[in-house]
Design a protein around this ligand. Structure first.
Ligand code: E4P
Length: 218
């Protein structure tokens, strides 16, 4: 049985702490755009993150050739045991995934937009694949349907690679990804906040506070 896990899609330690404190956080996905906003070095940020969440911390490489990717990956993986290397879906990326798997380094293949890409990444040895829901929706292709398709294919073939629903833009994507069988949904902090909120919950709280007030006044 698949139990959907939540990762946060950020390198902002404060946001990571906020979600971890709710007890719902299983991992983090980062990218270089996120690190660019931080005053600390990437190594310091990753060590901080590892101190907050005990789960995969997905970090991307920038090299485009397999040799460079593997070299970067090995130095990143040495920072902490939970580091997972984000590798792009290219032929060089597949070579890197294969070599890293042989050395016991876990990878998450990113920028997945088709079931065939997911199949290749899994076969090469990826621990995770990240289909991008929002970016498919952006071009009028059903991103959630891709999650379901990959899930069906992995199920038929007994593939253990976990599916990370990425490029999630709003709360409906989250429940859709869960129904489609994703193992993990990686969300921006804002989407966690949006998931908590419901106008009837707010109204309910206001009502029972008012009732309590009335009771106190006798
Ligand atoms: C995750 O690894 C991706 O970087 C992220 O989900 C992309 O989201 P976007 O399509 O909203 O940029």
């Amino acid at each position: 049985m698949t139990v959907l896990k939540f990762f946060i899609d950020t390198a902002d330690i404060d946001d990571i702490r906020r979600v971890a404190a709710m007890g719902v956080l299983s991992g983090v996905t980062t990218n270089h755009r996120m690190f660019a906003k931080r005053p600390k070095s990437a190594v310091e940020v990753l060590q901080d993150i590892a101190g907050v969440v005990d789960g995969p911390i997905v970090v991307e490489v920038v090299s485009l050739d397999a040799v460079g990717m593997v070299e970067e990956a090995l130095s990143l993986a040495a920072i902490h045991k939970n580091i997972v290397i984000k590798v792009p879906m290219t032929i060089e990326g597949m070579k890197a995934v294969h070599r890293l798997a042989a050395q016991g380094v876990r990878t998450a293949v990113t920028l997945i937009f088709s079931a065939n890409q997911a199949l290749l990444a899994a076969r090469a040895g990826a621990a995770f694949v990240s289909p991008f829901i929002g970016r498919l929706d952006d071009i009028s292709v059903d991103g959630v349907e891709l999650i379901a398709e990959i899930g069906r294919i992995f199920g038929i073939h007994g593939i253990a690679t976990e599916v990370i629903a990425a490029s999630i833009r709003h709360p409906i994507h989250v429940s859709q990804a869960a129904k489609a069988g994703a193992h993990i949904a990686t969300l921006p902090y804002l989407v966690f906040e949006q998931m908590v909120k419901h106008p009837l919950t707010d109204r309910g709280i206001e009502r029972y506070l008012a009732d309590w007030d009335t009771l106190q006044k006798g």
